[in-house]
Design a protein around this ligand. Sequence first.
Ligand SMILES: *[C@@H]1O[C@H](CO)[C@@H](O)[C@H](O)[C@H]1NC(C)=O
Ligand SMILES: *[C@@H]1O[C@H](CO)[C@@H](O)[C@H](O)[C@H]1NC(C)=O
Ligand SMILES: *[C@@H]1O[C@H](CO)[C@@H](O)[C@H](O)[C@H]1NC(C)=O
Ligand SMILES: *[C@@H]1O[C@H](CO)[C@@H](O)[C@H](O)[C@H]1NC(C)=O
Ligand SMILES: *[C@@H]1O[C@H](CO)[C@@H](O)[C@H](O)[C@H]1NC(C)=O
Ligand SMILES: *[C@@H]1O[C@H](CO)[C@@H](O)[C@H](O)[C@H]1NC(C)=O
Ligand SMILES: *[C@@H]1O[C@H](CO)[C@@H](O)[C@H](O)[C@H]1NC(C)=O
Ligand SMILES: *[C@@H]1O[C@H](CO)[C@@H](O)[C@H](O)[C@H]1NC(C)=O
Ligand SMILES: *[C@@H]1O[C@H](CO)[C@@H](O)[C@H](O)[C@H]1NC(C)=O
Length: 661
Amino acid sequence: MRLSFAALLVAVQAFRLGDLQIESSNWPAADSVPSDDDLIKISLDELYSIGNSTKLSDCDKCKHRLLYAKSLALVKPTLIPSIFTEWCIGTNALQKDMCLRIFGRTTVQNSYAGSNFADMVSLMDPISYDGDYYCHYTESACDYVSPPEIDGSELWGGSKPEKSKYAPEAGNETFYVLHVSDFHIENDYVVGGEGNCSVSMCCTPHSFNDDPVPQNYDISSNVFLQDGPGEGWSFYKSSYVDNIFEKGPYVGYNESTWWPATSFGHYNCDAPELLINSTLKAATSLQQQLNLNYEFAIFTGDLVDHDETQYITYESTLLAEESTFRDVKYQLGDIPMFPVLGNHDTFPYGQLAQEKYGFSNKFDWNNELMAELWRDYDWIDFDEEQQVREHYTGFSVKTKRGLKIIALNSNSWYISNLYAFINISQDYDSFGQFQFLVDELLDSESKDERVWLIMHVPAGADMLPVASQVFAQVVERFSPYTIAGIFNGHTHRDEFKVLYSGFNGSNLDAQTAENAIANTWIAPSVTSWIGLNPSFRFLEVDSKTFSVMNAYTYYFNLNETFTNNGTEPEWRLEYDARSAYGVNWPQFAPLNATYWHEVSQKIGSSSSSLQQYENFATRYSPYTYKCSESDNCDTFYCYVSTFTIDQYVKCCEHFGLDSDI
Ligand SMILES: *[C@@H]1O[C@H](CO)[C@@H](O)[C@H](O)[C@H]1NC(C)=O
Ligand SMILES: *[C@@H]1O[C@H](CO)[C@@H](O)[C@H](O)[C@H]1NC(C)=O
Ligand SMILES: *[C@@H]1O[C@H](CO)[C@@H](O)[C@H](O)[C@H]1NC(C)=O
Ligand SMILES: *[C@@H]1O[C@H](CO)[C@@H](O)[C@H](O)[C@H]1NC(C)=O
Ligand SMILES: *[C@@H]1O[C@H](CO)[C@@H](O)[C@H](O)[C@H]1NC(C)=O
Ligand SMILES: *[C@@H]1O[C@H](CO)[C@@H](O)[C@H](O)[C@H]1NC(C)=O
Ligand SMILES: *[C@@H]1O[C@H](CO)[C@@H](O)[C@H](O)[C@H]1NC(C)=O
Ligand SMILES: *[C@@H]1O[C@H](CO)[C@@H](O)[C@H](O)[C@H]1NC(C)=O
Ligand SMILES: *[C@@H]1O[C@H](CO)[C@@H](O)[C@H](O)[C@H]1NC(C)=O
């Protein structure tokens, strides 16, 4: 549909709120049809006049720009990216790379979401929660608002759990599952490149530091590289060939870098493929050492690196997805891996459209590629492949022992997915994902099957507040009888969260052992970005109920590989979850929500448990906070003892802390 310019003016006026009138002397006569150049100029003037208004708050200005964009989307959606980019950069509304990421014209050469922004404004209602949340999360212009009360029980027809409100009792046999997360392969990692760069992601061919290194700068003045010359700095270009580590040639480092990148990775960089191979090899070697026989692996998302969006191309996204899964397949052989995609594993970054609005063809390439690849690797069967292809926000698989794994694409509720701001409160299931999830759960409940949920973004971190609330309702309805585990990634930190029934964030007395009904396992990342040691874990799982009996987390000190003359890292057991916090827990009981409630209470009441949590979260890296010396750990109790975004915000308010949401 294309409206005339006169219709645009009518639309603009119609969208204006009565008491928020803005001077618009520069409108041309309504019957003239301006050229694109004129329309760009008129639009910029309009955006500037909104920006210069003394009557509007920053939040209202943001919503007015959305209203303007919405009317423009009816006439000339293709002009929106250039107009908004020019406005954003010209007025320093956001940092330049954010201006480009959100508004820049979408091409295969860079990960800019301008056309997705245009799609979004065409359907959103700026004067509603859509605008509130867009302007909060994307432009930091509006304050956080609590979501409206939404009753998700219509998703399950208001039915109550019929069988039991308890989980089935664990048996006496277990099996093992590998859990890896957040690979973030940096395919253009440069050994010897700048690891102390001026932008967020380093070690690439385009990484540089704005400040030139001083003349005669001695890199061994860097505490991390002090031991280098004697022991041997690890500037080797090495690789695994037929799964055997081969130390490659010494390539040295660039003399004009502050902190050159070494072979196995850097604390300011994502994972070189060498690190990915080392991780997978360590994980599979444990099988022989400990007689584990992983029955399957789960991967909770993020293959693509964190480089600036201008350097992420369609091709590099494909390469990251394909090369990482290929390396996994090589190592795991016949062990199937059940994966979900993360917020980085799409193009442009973070975007995923609802099927019903007709934009989903922009993203079909990804689910089609994944469906084919995972089927080729024998991770999913024919029917599952069809599901991945068609319902790309979710699919389910059944393991050979009868555990159902429901995999959800969490971009549908991710705070940087522009499509997720459409009709946020009125149509909370616009992706159809919650209905899919609930239908799967109802089916499992009726068959007494137990279910694991895997998804990238956890409910209480970077998830939009409305979806977070609805998701918690679904989890509560089906826990603990049907849902036996929830597994996430995304934060890179090794974390967990507890869901309490009857808890709203403020009534902390509802955080009791009896009310604890579900918990999430947020897995540590393989990537060391940022300031973390690489990590993975395996789970010990009850064969009868699929409840998690224990989790063994492995890591190595990345800093030790900087000066070990390029030899392989020494992976070691970091901790096992059952003994780590000294909770007195029955030997045959699973590490369920009640267990994590006990841990959470310890974290809230003992400074040594709080420090222990931070040590695990970061895997004892050189950047691990000393909780007693800073306020960096103050929000951790609220983090682990809440499930939704809003509960977390309210818990922080309760303690007078900044939730930073
Ligand atoms: C105010 O208007 C001037 C001139 O139109 C423009 O250059 C400036 O960017 C505007 N300020 C904002 C915050 O939009
Ligand atoms: C495990 O449980 C089964 C069924 O409850 C029982 O028959 C078996 O003897 C038990 N095995 C061991 C080693 O305790
Ligand atoms: C070394 O780094 C400098 C500064 O980042 C860069 O200009 C130069 O091209 C690099 N040299 C090599 C050989 O990579
Ligand atoms: C470091 O490795 C190189 C090449 O692998 C080897 O020649 C050298 O002897 C090693 N240096 C030390 C101190 O081990
Ligand atoms: C990683 O392993 C894969 C599969 O064996 C291999 O093709 C690739 O070259 C390896 N890369 C490195 C850097 O070790
Ligand atoms: C990183 O670079 C800054 C200059 O931008 C310098 O002051 C600092 O010492 C460097 N740190 C390391 C560890 O190289
Ligand atoms: C928003 O949701 C409501 C309720 O489901 C629906 O009536 C309306 O058409 C939706 N708006 C859009 C733009 O899809
Ligand atoms: C967790 O296990 C303990 C011990 O078996 C049990 O008392 C508790 O009810 C369980 N909690 C949940 C949420 O299943
Ligand atoms: C690496 O860091 C750990 C703590 O994070 C420290 O204990 C260790 O001494 C460091 N090792 C080297 C070789 O720098």
